[in-house]
Ligand binder design. Structure first.
Ligand SMILES: [Zn+2]
Length: 227
């Protein structure tokens, strides 16, 4: 993306590039910032914009990436949304047979684990049934669409996204720990871990009075309180 630029050529020829002319001064290195903009400094953003392949934004973008996210949780959700988690159906290509370690279903797929699996659905449903207004659904696409766009009030929208990525992260972690025989938790234990992880994420946010997200923790307690 760097271009040599000969400054101030005065020759009469114009074949697109001016002929080098020592009277015009020394060549200097410029960075291409866009098709017709060259600057003496490097910009990773401008360079990335020029070399990356642009694609239309995916519908679930805002359900995965948002201000209150935990990046390592968002990453797992992103893999899930792209169906790139190493689930049994994808590992078959490498000769590995993998049933669902959470419930025993022989065909372990993304859609099974999120959230057709009775184990996963128990975690997800027990956490967000009230928050979602009874809209929990075992179907992956339905869930992803609902988490991304819904008519919930503003605090509930954020809490739903937080619960979504935290649940997926911890369900996938539990799946991996069972697979490698390094852990074995019940659905209600994972549910409590997710609940605590959501609270731990809310605590440091500290929105000041008047901010639209004030009351996030109180709202989380309201919708998860067991009566
Ligand atoms: Zn299962």
């Amino acid at each position: 993306m760097a271009a040599l630029h000969s400054s101030g050529s005065t020759t009469g020829y114009n074949w697109g590039e001016p002929v080098p002319d020592t009277n015009g001064g020394s060549d200097i290195v410029l960075w291409k910032h866009s098709d017709d903009s060259y600057k003496p400094y490097f910009s990773s953003t401008r360079t990335w914009d020029q070399i990356r392949e642009r694609k239309a934004a995916v519908f679930w973008c805002k359900g995965v990436w948002f201000a209150q996210e935990v990046p390592r949780f968002s990453f797992i959700v992103w893999l899930a949304a792209r169906n790139r988690l190493s689930t049994g159906d994808r590992m078959r290509a490498w000769g590995i047979q993998q049933a669902c370690v959470l419930c025993g279903e022989p065909d372990e797929t993304r859609d099974h684990i999120l959230f057709a699996c009775p184990y996963s659905f128990t975690v997800w449903d027990s956490l967000v049934n009230r928050l979602s207004g009874n809209m929990t659904d075992p179907d992956w696409l339905t869930t992803l669409q609902f988490v991304t766009a819904n008519n919930l009030q503003i605090l509930d929208k954020i809490l739903l996204k937080m619960a979504f990525q935290t649940s997926i992260y911890h369900i996938w972690k539990e799946r991996n720990e069972r697979r490698h025989q390094t852990g074995f938790r019940t659905a209600s234990q994972v549910m409590r871990i997710v609940d605590k992880a959501v609270r731990n994420r809310i605590t440091p946010l500290r929105y000041t009075a008047g901010h639209k997200y004030v009351g996030l923790m109180q709202r989380w307690f309201e919708v998860t309180a067991t009566s």
